[in-house]
Ligand binder design. Sequence first.
Ligand code: NIG
Ligand code: FE
Length: 417
Amino acid sequence: MLIHSASQLICLRGGAQRGAHLGELDIIPDGAVLLQGDTITQVGTSADLLRRFPHETRLDAHQQVVMPGFVDPHTHLIWAGDRADEFTQRLEGKSYMEIMAAGGGINATVRATRQASSSDLKAATSSRARAALRHGTTTLEAKSGYALDIPGEERLLEIIMELDSELPLDIIPTYLGAHAIPPEFSGHTQDYVDLLVEIALPQLKTWWQQRYTKQPLPFVDVFCEPTVFNLQHSHTILSTAKSLDYPLKMHVDEFENIGGAALAAELGASSADHLVKISTADIQKLAATPTVAVALPCTPFGLAENLYTPAREIIANDGLLALASDLNPGTAWCGNMQFVIALACRYMKMTPAQALAAATINAAAAVSRQDKVGSLEPGKQADLLILNVPDYRHLGYRFGENLVQIVIKKGKVIDFS
Ligand code: NIG
Ligand code: FE
């Protein structure tokens, strides 16, 4: 298929974009892209490709932007129930951590998820994944973390992997057994950490390798906060995961800075996520490594807080910055990367060009998939969006409606009817 006459073909060739390079969109005006099977084989001007490939099926993108599909590198896609009651409590003045300490928060969703049947859980998760796809997300990371016991976490990962093979989007799994202290370990955090490192992580590796022989191990992630998993707990869990060859991710500096970002850098995590409270020293430590800084602006917005990840400081210090949704039932029930971009522009003062690159090629780097997705270049997977706007800056500028007209996944136009 030859997609041609795009007002702007946003290529983003050349890999992840660090520091001042963020936002180099590599635009071809009146651009065209040739897809063969599930792969991009040519990008260029319409005049050139129409002349060289006269017999291809054509798709006219006149007055429209053609860009790579969004990569959402941080979601908690799989859960049951909702926490609408907690939203009201927060508006009345209770904090997220107060609600969590009283047994609500993540553990409220753990209770609902443990009770849900696999078919209900799968249906709810599938519907959220399809909504994200409809809004342009063609690759998405999905964390477990709402079962917390070993068989329950395996069930969540199993459903994630089923949806990865059944739905027309790529889902990248993460094991987040260290999301909260489960109710049966309340007051005994160290015992739960011991269980994770002595039993859960080794057992999950064996289970995974028997079941998913061709798939790399999932990421292992930890919610690093003083009242959840402190720095010592996080270090114990992640260094064990690393010695078992799991790739790493971390939730750090969401509510308090206890040095989690420096730990992510030291352990060579693929990404350090949230970073609302990150210090200048830690921004510099992260920037000196390949660890991607992932900002999640839906989270402070969802919590009605005023502080956002200091994107400009991360960029000024030559950091590698990506954007993600954090889709979850507690802080941010939103899997729409267009809305993430709109927030990043307003509250993190990113330009639409920077936000677009952070939501595609840099987001791909945050899940170690930058060789496969996140840009339009020959050899990459044919995951593309056609936006019904003539200029990419409408992303960010406009919000609250879906600007994605057509989603193409692995070379096929998705039918949403
Ligand atoms: O990234 N912080 C931990 N995890 C989520 C919230 C999950 C929840 O509240 O259910 C987050 O914000
Ligand atoms: Fe999260």
